[in-house]
Design a protein around this ligand. Structure first.
Ligand code: ZN
Length: 337
């Protein structure tokens, strides 16, 4: 069970010593790489923009067996180096992933991913067989994990209702409502929401399931497919930016109508926006959101305050792995299930 924000704060202030001193293993299991870390907070893994030796990346193309063997080996090496044992592990994983603990056989398994070698992969067993079944392992989606990282240390600190969107190779979003990460039937799949098409847009979309869903229109993969080169190489006047930012505007307007978030945070590599640049990318998105909403939702955050409403991830590329620290901490404290 996810706790209310104020309950979490109480528990965090009641048992800080136990939780603060613990050493955690963190895994941001992304579709293209695993970002792993050992520590308990952002400053353990990055100092002045530079990663420390407590942070390491592994390529998922090697398949689950090799990746987990390398991760476990590295965790053990770090334990030796730091002279302390890992007390809990947090995993913020790509998906779809089964998060329902009552599903004894499939809990912690990747389900319908197009990455064939990862389909059915069990994320928990390789860790349990090395560290024992008693080791607490907190698990959530990569985007919920990143949302939790931003909530604990970043751009959503103190904000109980917000959405975190990542736009990289894929596109997904996690959300918190009243201090709880959103879960339900399975987990939200906001990246696959369907959007109205911009008249005259010939691009069919890149999602293998839906074609022109949000991910199929705006992910890094989609931008590359539309423009013939990756987002970071696109000129600032490439029409791909016009289409991409307008579709993002549609999607964020939908999320504002459905969830009424108090802030929207955007992470992932596409936000850097190549030659367009991050600042102009965000300016366009803010303009497109205002145009899509057409003044119907009335709040200063959507008018004069929109620069503080749609913002970049404060933890940058570390939001997910930092969130995994927090997933581990919450599991150890009995706060997460
Ligand atoms: Zn889709």
């Amino acid at each position: 069970m996810w706790m209310q924000f104020k309950d979490r704060l109480n528990v965090m202030t009641m048992i800080p010593n136990h939780a603060e001193e613990a050493l955690f293993g963190a895994i941001e299991a992304g579709g293209t790489k695993f970002v792993c870390a050992v520590g308990s907070r952002p400053s353990d893994i990055r100092i002045k923009e530079q990663p420390t030796e407590n942070r390491k990346e592994f390529n998922t193309a090697d398949g689950p067996e090799i990746v987990f063997a390398n991760v476990v080996k590295w965790f053990r090496e770090m334990e030796k180096k730091l002279g302390r044992n890992i007390s809990a592990i947090g995993i913020a994983s790509f998906g779809p992933v089964d998060l329902n603990e009552s599903n004894a056989l499939s809990y912690g398994c990747i389900t319908s991913t197009p990455k064939l070698s990862w389909r059915g992969a069990n994320l928990l067993e390789p860790l349990r067989s090395e560290f024992g079944h008693a080791l607490p392992i907190g698990l959530d989606t990569d985007v919920n994990g990143a949302a939790l990282g931003e909530f604990t240390w970043g751009a959503a600190k103190g904000i109980e209702d917000f959405v975190y969107v990542t736009i990289g190779t894929g596109l997904g979003a996690g959300a918190m409502s009243r201090g709880r990460l959103l879960h339900g039937l399975v987990h939200p799949e906001m990246g696959h929401m369907l959007l109205p098409r911009i008249p005259g847009d010939p691009f069919p979309g890149s999602c293998t399931k839906h074609g022109a869903c949000w991910e199929g229109l705006c992910s890094g993969t989609a931008i590359q497919s539309r423009a013939g080169k990756p987002a970071q190489d696109l000129e600032s006047d490439d029409s791909a930016w016009i289409f991409t930012t307008r579709y993002i505007g549609y999607a964020l307007a939908n999320l504002i109508c459905v969830l009424s978030p108090r802030r929207i945070i955007i992470g992932g590599s596409v936000r850097k926006a190549g030659k367009l640049g991050q600042d102009r990318f965000f300016e366009r998105i803010r303009d497109e959101v205002q145009a899509a909403l057409a003044g119907y939702v009335v709040s200063d955050s959507l008018a004069g305050g929109i620069r503080d409403y749609i913002v970049p991830a404060a933890l940058g590329d570390d939001a997910g792995v930092c969130g995994a620290f927090e997933l581990a901490r919450m599991k150890l404290s009995g706060l997460a299930g």
